[in-house]
Design a protein around this ligand. Sequence first.
Ligand SMILES: CCCCCCCCCCCCCCCC(=O)SCCNC(=O)CCNC(=O)[C@H](O)C(C)(C)COP(=O)(O)OP(=O)(O)OC[C@H]1O[C@@H](n2cnc3c(N)ncnc32)[C@H](O)[C@@H]1OP(=O)(O)O
Length: 129
Amino acid sequence: MNFHTRKWIKPEDLNPNETLFGGRLLQWIDEEAALYAIIQLENPRTVTKFISEINFRSSAKKGDIIEIGIDTIGFGNTSITLCCEVRNKMTREVIISIDKIIMVGLGEDGKPCKHGKTKKEFVKDRLAK
Ligand SMILES: CCCCCCCCCCCCCCCC(=O)SCCNC(=O)CCNC(=O)[C@H](O)C(C)(C)COP(=O)(O)OP(=O)(O)OC[C@H]1O[C@@H](n2cnc3c(N)ncnc32)[C@H](O)[C@@H]1OP(=O)(O)O
């Protein structure tokens, strides 16, 4: 799993308990999953279809640095299935884990569109072609 994105927990990211607000974290994860899927499917019209059980395993506090990791589990016809883990950058303690995030690529008509992808690709390999 690649941990591409780091976030610094600021006062506006906290809940009344003074720990990281779960909704904020889910927003960051959704955006990260969307960007990952857009790049893999090469389709900017990619939407979140399904997110499996979310396990908040620990929290973060103001000033912590967290990192968001996404990986590919598999490709369908119009979808890509991802998994996600968020951890504390310094301690490596897992904050959240999500087994399945399903993103679907849409066509111009807004309907699911076949992507023809079967394996994870790296942009550097595409550019080398
Ligand atoms: C490069 C430049 C970029 C520039 C650009 C950058 C912008 C970067 C900004 C990022 C910004 C963040 C963006 C966040 C992403 C949103 O916030 S998206 C908003 C939230 N999501 C939505 O609004 C989606 C609403 N849902 C829908 O519109 C429809 O359900 C959909 C997605 C069109 C699918 O319709 P459907 O009738 O369910 O379609 P169906 O053919 O049955 O299924 C499609 C696929 O989903 C799977 N599926 C359906 N239901 C399920 C289910 N319950 N469980 C599992 N799989 C399922 C099916 O198995 C199928 O997969 P394949 O077998 O084809 O691979």
